[in-house]
Design a protein around this ligand. Structure first.
Ligand SMILES: [Zn+2]
Length: 381
């Protein structure tokens, strides 16, 4: 099916905001009822859109037509997240619901070996038959990693911990599996999930801040995901907080990462107490129990995170900030320090931004990569 711009707009509107009555869809897209009918007809005939079954939703008996919705089962996508030592992959439907997942160790970062693992993971998730074999056909593959990569460029520019630069990974995957493949920065891929299927729906400006091994930041401004030059937007991880603070891995004294990342928190508590066996979770538990050293480290972490969020909010003016990532549960241990710092560093003419804390499951990273593939396919494919 050849897609016009109007067809893409209608389909995305129904995917993100549907089910919608025809009148509501036409109103949202500023189309006449007859134009909407013309645009939706090919999708309905091909089975991508359908009328919600009678009795479902809010439609009342006797109305001439039921709300329109996307049949999410008609296409599948694969998302792959690469870390330094493991590959995580999921298969999703058109609505980003995870249908299956798998993971594989990465023994090294030799491209042939990594490519072999990517192909294996895709075969695991599609039953070796890339045309579907009874399942909906695989439309595209998304691959995300920490580093500079964007969906409109097949090349990983830099990924320090994979040791790659200028690697045409998307092209290599496409050649190996025969379906379109796109790359993305991992935090921006997560931001896309929130934009179309999460807390960001209905907001034209929001930020996603992730905490875990580092600090990530994805930005949507004016309904567009901000990528910046070569995908370099949102690098808040080493923001200066206090030049008397602890040191990060790169030797910055008192940067945000040195306060907030889970390895830094663990290092500070375990180092001060001379208890190298303590895990990050142990440190959270000690702080929760009021242990003074752990309490101080977590308060400082919360305070630094509040300053990061206020700084992002001051610069981009988001309607909300979503906090997520592997270590986001630390928020429960340092919320007071976070809120105090957020209020203190928010510009005096603004009220502190609304913050939503989103629990995190590790397969969200791979799901993000699937949504990168899905967005790219629907908007540009
Ligand atoms: Zn740093």
């Amino acid at each position: 099916m050849r897609l016009t711009d109007a067809m893409r707009s209608v389909f995305v509107e129904l995917l993100v905001h549907g089910p919608l009555s025809r009148a509501e869809a036409a109103r949202r897209l500023a189309l006449s009822p007859s134009a909407l009918t013309k645009v939706t007809k090919p999708f309905i005939e091909a089975g991508y859109l359908r009328e919600q079954a009678a009795g479902e939703g809010t439609a009342t008996v006797g109305r001439p037509s039921q709300p329109l919705e996307v049949d999410a089962s008609r296409m599948s996508f694969i998302g792959i997240k690469l870390t330094a030592d493991e590959l995580f992959a999921v298969r999703t439907d058109l609505a980003a619901a995870v249908q299956a997942e798998t993971s594989r160790p990465l023994i090294d970062h030799e491209i042939d070996n990594v490519l072999g693992q990517i192909v294996q993971a895709i075969e695991d998730l599609t039953g070796e038959d890339l045309t579907g074999g009874g399942r909906p056909p695989l439309a595209a593959v998304g691959i995300s990693l920490a580093g500079t990569a964007t969906p409109d460029d097949p090349v990983v520019h830099t990924s320090p911990f994979l040791g790659w630069s200028q690697l045409p990974l998307a092209r290599l995957v496409e050649e190996a599996v025969g379906v379109p493949a796109v790359l993305d920065n991992d935090v921006r891929a997560l931001t896309r999930v929130q934009q179309w299927f999460g807390e960001g729906v209905g907001h034209s400006a929001f930020a996603l801040i992730t905490v875990g091994a580092g600090i990530g930041c994805g930005l949507v401004v004016g309904d567009r995901l901000v990528t910046g030059q070569s995908g370099a937007a949102g690098l808040v991880g080493h923001l200066a907080i206090d030049d008397r603070g602890p040191m990060c891995e790169l030797g910055h004294r008192g940067c945000a990462r040195a306060y907030v990342s889970s390895p830094a928190i663990r290092r500070s508590v375990a180092g001060t107490l001379d208890r190298p066996e303590l895990t990050f979770e142990d440190c959270l538990a000690l702080a929760r129990d009021g242990h003074p050293v752990a309490r101080r480290v977590l308060d400082e972490a919360g305070s630094a995170l509040g300053q990061v969020v206020a700084t992002v909010a001051n610069i981009t003016g988001p309607e909300l900030v979503i906090l997520s990532g592997e270590a986001v549960h630390m928020y429960g241990v340092c919320a007071d320090a976070f809120q105090t710092a957020l209020a203190r560093h928010t510009h005096w003419t603004s009220t502190p931004v609304r913050v939503v804390v989103k629990p995190f499951a590790f397969n969200e990273w791979a799901r993000g990569a699937a949504v990168t593939a899905l967005q790219h396919q629907l908007l540009h494919g």
